[in-house]
Write a protein of this length. Structure first.
Length: 321
């Protein structure tokens, strides 16, 4: 049974650059939406920083010229009175505002995809404790990623470390990768399998990895704040239905419903079919690590545990009598 469904329109077009400040457990980081694969991510981030600095320098240059009358026709205005007259006129200030707006258009994201979020808490999972709130790409080794293709085929890839702080699950013509902290960096789905992708399921249990949602916050002990699935790059007209499955509980405590073991993503285009081959999807989803193995409790076992608990309660009442 699915519960807690909601729709968030959070799509953003590819090729744009954005900055996002995230806070988690006292850490503040600058997030840049990467557009290249793994090793090129830092290069693209540096390019983004250079572009922002260039925009700031251009704005400062406009302000300086506005003060000195550099955009006025005729001889340069050098007297203090002339400069004040130019600034009071408002014309130069409007030029500065327009220039900043134009720079902002180059950085502003555009919405073009729909994300639908749901939860399925019917089958819980348990572990003993969390290792902490920071999980890098090379800390999810063993997690499985299963791709389901149009026509009924599927392929499972196992997450492996690809470098310092980086990891990926690589299939035939497709890959899912992460370089850096999942709280600050996007997952990158590079899809070129030749047929449409209908579904992608991330099972964190084999890699002692869980997916940390935004709420409740701080939620499970040592998990700190999380981030819901948020799409940053996707083809126009794409709808992604994201279902969180297997809520995580610590020992005998009930699940807090911020940590989930499986992330189930379904793809559908407005024109029909799944995610087309040749597409790239980038999304952010915070992850955490469990300190011990994650055990998913099958539904019959859950009922058995409840039955045993009820029998224990009845026996205690009989003894008290």
């Amino acid at each position: 049974m699915l519960t807690g469904s909601c729709i968030r329109y959070t799509g953003r077009s590819s090729g744009t650059r954005i900055a996002q400040f995230n806070y988690k457990g006292g850490r503040v980081g600058l997030h840049r939406k990467p557009t290249f694969y793994l090793a090129l991510q830092w290069e693209t981030r540096l390019r983004a920083v250079r572009s922002w600095v260039s925009a700031a320098l251009v704005a400062l240059m406009w302000c300086r010229r506005a003060r000195t009358g550099g955009y006025q026709s005729g001889p340069r205005l050098r007297s203090v009175a002339q400069r004040r007259l130019v600034m009071k006129s408002g014309g130069m200030r409007w030029m500065v505002v327009v220039g900043l707006c134009l720079c902002g258009l180059g950085l502003a994201p555009m919405a073009d995809a729909t994300v639908i979020i749901a939860t399925d808490p019917s089958v819980p999972a348990i572990t003993t404790a969390m290792t902490g709130f920071e999980t890098l790409g090379d800390m999810m080794v063993g997690m499985t990623v299963t791709a389901y293709f149009a026509g009924g085929g599927s392929e499972q890839a196992v997450w492996a470390a690809t470098g310092l702080g980086a990891g990926a699950a690589v299939g035939t013509g497709w890959s899912l990768s992460l370089s850096g902290d999942s709280f600050l960096t996007n997952f990158i789905l590079d899809y070129n399998a030749g047929v449409a992708l209908e579904r992608l399921v991330l099972d964190g249990a084999p890699g002692q990895t869980v997916f940390d949602r935004t709420l409740p916050d701080p939620g499970t002990l040592n998990s700190a704040a999380g981030i819901d699935f948020t799409e940053y790059v996707a083809p126009g007209g794409l709808t992604m239905t994201v279902t969180y499955r297997n809520p995580l509980a610590l020992n005998a405590d009930p699940p807090v419903l911020d940590e989930w073991v499986k992330l189930d993503i379904e793809f559908s285009m407005a024109t029909g079919g799944g995610l087309p081959s040749g597409s790239d999807v980038e999304f952010m989803q915070d992850t955490d690590n469990a300190s011990t193995a994650i055990v998913v409790i099958p539904e019959p076992m859950t009922l058995s545990l409840l039955a045993l608990g009820g029998l224990g309660l009845l026996s205690r009442r009989r003894r008290n009598r």
